[in-house]
Design a protein around this ligand. Structure first.
Ligand code: KDG
Ligand code: MG
Length: 392
């Protein structure tokens, strides 16, 4: 079964998505997500100019060998562009293999380890009444675990709050640190002790500030505190760990198992945040999570709207087959995106399931995709109140 055609499809139904579609000489096709939010066209060029020419005529069954060829064979390793491109090829080949076998992909990964995947949804508000309404709304949709993001008094809307969509945000860590514990105190007293609550700091604190926050949030029993410090400084987590037992999640901007080497071996985290899309595909993320499993670290795969339905489906198949699955982020896509990508995964009573169609269970309507051309877009940036550029 040889790879006969490779198309890179860029579409922007509700936001930009990059999808690789591989087709074999016997007519089977597979999809892979290569969306890198804000830098999409760099991956398109990497795929079209450098990867696709290497794929035509290769045996579609040789997933591991193709991964090694694209990784080792490039000499230049790692990095978000390279690893998103490799992820798309890897995912598309797994999709093809599972379609050829006539099985949903999770069966080829070892079969289901559970009935469904616990998902967390996003709730946010500028103030407590707005936040409580948002939590109630998420719970009414069935979510059994909730990420809580709140506005900070004195600042314009910040990351994760619904109205924050602006090009430049403003940040002040001291105001945030003073305010956030009171938000969790109020949420706990309104919604009780049982509901799993999560929070994303989005890389903004220094190690000692993160340590202080983790400690201050301990009474509210968070499921996790995410990206409490910038991801590059892995030693920072040692300091955070010394001060708090609040569980830590990190890794949505990591690309390889080597980014996790130190923090997994030293048990500095509790959840791996990587998505299939940004981490070299199913093959490589499985490798990371098998390594993490030796230290009782579990998965908490990134599932924002900028991971396409193809990337989400890949996460669900892998999550179902992993023993050390933890939780899955789920931020449903818009109606137009769902028209472009027909999906078979389900969300019932707070649990996601990839469905039983062969392969990933996602099909791409190329005509529908063609209606929505690429629209250049950037992530916001974040500045301190004096104008200094800060981590977003
Ligand atoms: O493209 C950036 C987003 O994926 C990111 O900001 C979302 O942090 C995020 C999350 O946890 O979903
Ligand atoms: Mg995050």
């Amino acid at each position: 079964m040889l790879i006969d055609r490779a198309e890179v499809v860029v579409t922007s139904p509700d936001r930009n998505f990059v999808t690789l579609k591989l087709t074999t000489d016997d007519g089977l096709s597979g999809l892979g997500d290569a969306t890198l939010n804000g830098r999409e066209m760099a991956v398109v060029a990497y795929l079209r100019d450098h990867v696709v020419p290497m794929l035509i005529g290769r045996d579609a069954h040789r997933i591991e060998d193709t991964w090694q060829l694209l990784y080792r064979g490039a000499y230049w390793r790692r990095g978000p562009v390279t690893m998103a491109a490799i992820a798309a090829v890897d995912t598309a080949l797994w999709d093809i293999k599972a379609r050829a076998a006539g099985m949903p992909l999770y069966q080829l990964l070892g079969g289901a380890c559970r009935d469904g995947l616990l998902a967390y949804g996003h709730a946010s508000g500028q103030d407590l009444p707005e936040l409580f309404d948002s939590i109630r709304e998420r719970r009414a949709l069935g979510f059994r675990a909730i990420r809580v993001q709140s506005g900070v008094p004195g600042l314009p809307p910040v990351y994760g709050t619904a109205s924050a969509a602006r090009d430049v945000e403003v940040w002040d860590s001291r105001s945030y640190l003073r305010h956030l514990p009171s938000v969790f105190e109020a949420v706990r007293s309104e919604f009780g002790p049982q509901l799993p609550l999560l929070h994303d700091v989005h890389h903004r604190l220094t190690p000692i500030q993160a340590a202080r926050l983790g400690k201050a949030l301990e009474p509210y029993d968070l499921f996790w505190l995410e990206d409490c410090t910038p991801a590059e400084n892995q030693e920072a987590l040692r300091l955070v760990r010394q001060h708090t037992t609040t569980p830590l999640a990190i890794g949505e901007v990591f690309n390889t198992v080597w980014d996790y080497q130190q923090i997994v071996r030293e048990q500095l985290i509790d959840y791996v945040r990587s998505a299939v899309t940004h981490t070299g595909g199913i093959t490589h993320l499985r490798r990371i999570l098998d390594f993490a499993a030796q230290y009782q670290i579990r998965s908490g795969m990134h599932g924002p709207q900028d991971v396409s339905p193809v990337g989400m489906a890949a996460a669900l198949h892998l999550g179902l087959a992993l023993h050390n699955f933890g939780i899955q982020e789920y931020n449903p896509h818009g109606a137009r995106t769902d028209e472009v990508f027909r999906q078979s995964f389900t969300f019932t009573d707070g649990l996601l399931h990839p469905g039983s169609e062969p392969g990933l269970g996602v099909s791409l309507d190329v005509d529908e995709a063609g209606k929505y051309p690429y629209a250049r877009a950037y992530l916001p940036v974040n500045r301190l109140t004096d104008g200094t550029l800060h981590d977003w």
